[in-house]
Design a protein. Structure first.
Lengths: 123, 123
DNA sequence: AAGTTAGGCAACCAAAAGGTTGCTCATCGT
DNA sequence: ACGATGAGCAACCTTTTGGTTGCCTAACTT
């Protein structure tokens, strides 16, 4: 029983590709849900927004949206500040850039592997 | 911003960012697991491999790895072919490129939103 | 032909994820 | 001062996920 798949509480920092792929999983996991992906899309397109605004048209209750935002925050993808009785959310682009770099590394490695394979077959 | 963000737009066909973000979620979800991320990493680094080879050192049973590979295949991230009694897996880079583009679009939109906000505040 | 090896299939299980309702609390507008 | 509003908290429910074990089949090896 080695798994021990515990959530690291404060993973709110970027990660380095590609060595530290383990740090990347939470970011991808956070984006791997329709509702959350839609939330990030809206936030990035229209700028900072309150929980209520984000809940409108989300298709689920405000509480559900709130939970999703917490998940995103846990992965470092968004962060929030309280303003009066509202909580304003905004995108944190650093983890997204990190994720991008990871994908980039994967693609690069894969292309190299393909070249090697091709060379081997053709020799 | 980041210099490693250039890309010939021919590659991505799985989904379109950011309109069709719904199509992106499964890809991110597929990558959002430590074991699967490790599998993709190994596959891209060392080229095509059999289920057995991939299971070695994965920390979970062969059946678990098999399931994970099916999930990845379901998202289009990998695909497999049977060779004799072995099943050989390899990375499919198109969905990864698509995911990258989606992230790119998000970052771009976000930066634009920030500029607008800044301009508004400073006027 | 017999044994070994890679993998598919199915049942089953515990935990996590996604969602809901109901209640309370703080804050803002009037 | 008071009602409306935005959000936090908690209990609860259902489905999905990640993992296991056990057995069966196909295909190489000798």
């Amino acid at each position: 029983m080695s798994p021990a798949r515990r959530k690291s509480a404060a993973a709110a920092r970027s990660f380095r590709a590609p060595r530290d792929f383990r740090r990347g999983a939470p970011v991808f996991a956070a984006l791997g849900d329709d509702v959350r992906l839609a939330l990030v899309t809206r936030l990035s397109a229209r700028g900072p927004m309150s929980t209520m605004r984000l809940s409108e048209g989300a298709g689920v209750t405000r509480q559900a949206v709130s939970k999703h935002l917490e998940v995103l925050a846990g992965a470092g993808v968004v962060h929030s500040t309280r303003q009066g009785r509202e909580r304003i959310w905004e995108v944190d682009s650093a983890p997204l850039h990190a994720a991008q770099e990871w994908l980039d590394a994967i693609s690069r490695d894969w292309d190299r592997a393909l070249s090697r394979l091709k060379a081997f077959v053709e020799e």
